[in-house]
Design a protein around this ligand. Structure first.
Ligand SMILES: Nc1ccn([C@@H]2O[C@H](COP(=O)(O)OP(=O)(O)OP(=O)(O)O)[C@@H](O)[C@H]2O)c(=O)n1
Ligand SMILES: C[C@](O)(CO)[C@H](O)COP(=O)(O)O
Length: 224
C-alpha cells in the first residue's frame, strides 16, 4: 500500500518577517524544509515526496542535499489549501500525508503513527491536549467566555488520508467555496470521521522568529 508525502512550502512567511519564505531559513545548517524531507525519508514508510514550492524556488529545491526518496516539485497557490490541492494532484500513493514544510522537527515515529492510523481509519491527524485556559479576548481585555479545554485539541501535521477521500473532499470544498485552515477540515465537511493520534510537542510550526529560536534549542537538546 503506497504512500506519498506532500510537503507544503509555498507560503509567504508573512508572520516570520524578514526577506523571503521562512521554509528556507536555516536550522542546524539546512533549510527548515530539508529537515521535514529527511524525516519522511527516514520513516521508511513513504514512497515519494511531493514538495509544493513557490514559483522561482525550483533551483533551490534542486540544490538541497538528497534525502534518498524521489522528490517531485510542484508550484503552489495563493492559500494553503490551493497548495495542498496542487501537491495532491501530483501524488501517486494510495495514502497521502500532508505536512507543513514549516514544521521541521517532525519525527519518523510521529509519521509512522499517523500513517498507521490513516491506514486503519482512512483519515488521521496528530493532536495535542490544551494545557492552558482558553478564554476569548478582544482589544487587549478578556471576555468572560471560557472554553472547556477537555473538549479541545491543538492540531498538527502530518495529516494522513486515503488519497481518493482527500481528493473528493478538496473538490467539494472548492465547489462550495469553503475556507480550509487545514486538510482535515475538508474531510470533516464531507461528514467523514478523522481519527486522532498523539502529537508531539516538539513538532512546532515555525510561524514567528521566536519559534525558530525554540526549534534550535529543541534540536540542540537544551531546555527551551
Ligand atoms: N499558499 C500557501 C500558504 C502556506 N503554505 C505552507 O503551509 C504551511 C503552513 O502555513 P503558514 O505557517 O501559515 O506559512 P505561511 O503562509 O508561509 O506564513 P504566513 O501565514 O505568516 O504568511 C507552511 O509550510 C507554508 O509554506 C503553502 O504551501 N502555500
Ligand atoms: C495546518 C496547521 O498547521 C494545523 O495546525 C495550521 O492550520 C496551519 O495554519 P497557518 O495559519 O496556515 O499557519
Amino acid at each position: 500500500m503506497s504512500a506519498s508525502a506532500v510537503i507544503l512550502a509555498a507560503g509567504a512567511g508573512t508572520r516570520f518577517g524578514g526577506a523571503g519564505n521562512k521554509v528556507w531559513a536555516l536550522l542546524a545548517g539546512q533549510p527548515l524544509l530539508w529537515h521535514g524531507l529527511a524525516a519522511f525519508a527516514a520513516c521508511g514508510a513513504v514512497d515519494e515526496i511531493v514538495v509544493v514550492i513557490r514559483s522561482g524556488d525550483e533551483e533551490r529545491l534542486a540544490s538541497l542535499p538528497q534525502v534518498g526518496l524521489p522528490l517531485h516539485g510542484v508550484v503552489g497557490g495563493e492559500r494553503r489549501a490551493d497548495s495542498a490541492w496542487a501537491g495532491l494532484s501530483r501524488a501517486g500513493g494510495e495514502y497521502v500525508l500532508v505536512h507543513d514544510g514549516a514544521r521541521p522537527l517532525v519525527t519518523p515515529s510521529l509519521i509512522q503513527r499517523v500513517l498507521a492510523a490513516t491506514r486503519y481509519h482512512g483519515a488521521a491527524v496528530p493532536v495535542l491536549p490544551v494545557a492552558d485556559t482558553v478564554r476569548r479576548a478582544r482589544d487587549q481585555f478578556l471576555k468572560s467566555e471560557t472554553l472547556d479545554r477537555r473538549d479541545w485539541v491543538l492540531i498538527q501535521t502530518p495529516q494522513g488520508f486515503r488519497r481518493d477521500l482527500l481528493l473528493t473532499a478538496y473538490a467539494e470544498a472548492h465547489h462550495h467555496g469553503r475556507e480550509l485552515p487545514d486538510d482535515a477540515a475538508a474531510v470533516l465537511s464531507l461528514g467523514h470521521p478523522v481519527a486522532t493520534v498523539p502529537g508531539d510537542p516538539a513538532n512546532l510550526k515555525v510561524t514567528r522568529p521566536e519559534d525558530l529560536t525554540l526549534a534550535k534549542r529543541i534540536l540542540a537538546g537544551s531546555t527551551p
